[in-house]
Design a protein around this ligand. Structure first.
Ligand code: UDP
Ligand code: MG
Length: 318
């Protein structure tokens, strides 16, 4: 028994964040339409404009005018990829929601494979990168390292080599909608929710046009968010290092005393003292910095600001 407002809700929502993708959006819209049409079911495409400055905003408006499937959500400024996807999830109305990049690195045809698994009863279907084309070895190396590090030190088992390209069941989207943390790592959040999850392999393509909007600095930020959102390990590091250096010094005291008394080796004081002081000073500053990362995040959360500001968007429930 669908309620009055639910009558025309689409079955599938495709959510794509767009930041300065003027040369991609048209083609992206075309390829998504081509893939979704083969299903003969209702669908919508939520395009979130993340404060583009290259005319993508207007392009999205134009596309939405022509294509009734498109639901444009336009941000007041750039809020970042993870927040843009979050807004997309907030505005998506489908029973199954697919997150996909707008640069065609994630081929829209793969969405059909994700949907197939959803029909089999899985609530989260994530796309695993088998191959990555056209990316620098540096990006592949750091990404691979990042996924493995996260896997080791976090409490949530986040699947390896998996980006945000995935399908989420309505149940999962609703739970994630309640998780309003500011420094977001959506892959981790989706893994945290639970339910039945499964991976589908695919080959990640080259960008259709344009350059990556994820330079090293942003990747590092995302990595820090991932770690701090799902692990206390960096905070515990101070305790471990503290125990180790205390242990070493307790061992060293009798050794140094014995050497001095036997007059065999004269340990020259200044250099060793300096090294010890610099080492401990360095370790203390690093752990202070780590503490700062967490405190800064607590501060951000405590302000309770909205996650994003839209300048144009459809009514959430219609
Ligand atoms: N993106 C965004 N806001 C940003 C950066 C990126 O909405 O601040 C979008 C971008 O338009 C693309 C997706 O997020 O659709 C993935 O970004 P990108 O392709 O640059 O990342 P990469 O694939 O190189 O990791
Ligand atoms: Mg990309």
């Amino acid at each position: 028994m669908a309620g009055k407002t639910n009558l025309n809700l689409p079955k599938y929502s495709v959510v794509a964040p767009v930041y300065n993708e003027i040369d991609c959006v048209q083609e992206f819209n075309k390829q998504v339409s081509a893939a979704m049409k083969t299903l003969h079911e209702s669908w919508e495409l939520v395009l979130v404009d993340d404060g583009s400055t290259d005319g993508s905003t207007n392009a999205i408006r134009e596309i939405a005018k022509r294509d009734a499937h498109v639901r444009p959500v336009i941000f007041a400024r750039n809020f970042g990829h993870q927040i843009a996807v979050t807004a997309g999830l907030d505005y998506a109305r489908g029973d199954a929601v697919i997150i996909i990049d707008a640069d065609l690195q994630d081929p829209p045809a793969v969405m059909l494979d994700l949907i197939e698994k959803w029909r089999e009863g899985f609530e989260v279907v994530y796309a695993v990168r088998r191959k990555r084309e056209g990316e620098s070895w540096f990006k592949m190396f750091t990404a691979s390292l990042f996924y493995r590090l996260i896997y080791r030190i976090t409490d949530v088992k986040i699947p390896l080599d998996t980006g945000d390209f995935r399908l989420l069941d309505r149940k999962v989207v609703d739970v994630m909608g309640q998780m309003r943390e500011r420094h977001r790592f959506l892959r981790g959040m989706a893994a945290w929710v639970g339910y039945n999850q499964v991976g589908v392999e695919y080959d990640r393509k080259e960008r259709f046009a344009g350059k990556t909007k994820y330079p090293f600095g942003k990747m590092l930020k995302l990595a820090l968010n991932a770690i701090t959102s799902f692990s206390y390990f960096p905070l515990q590091l101070a305790t471990y290092i503290g125990f180790i250096s205390a242990g070493i010094s307790i061992l060293a005291i009798p050794i140094v005393a014995a050497l001095r008394l036997s007059n065999q080796v004269a340990l020259l004081g200044q250099a060793t003292t300096l090294i010890a002081v610099l080492f401990l000073g360095g370790v203390q500053l690093i752990t202070l910095g780590i503490l700062g990362e967490y405190v800064g995040r607590i501060y951000d959360e405590s302000k309770g600001r909205p996650l994003y500001i839209v300048s144009e968007a459809p009514d959430k429930n219609k």
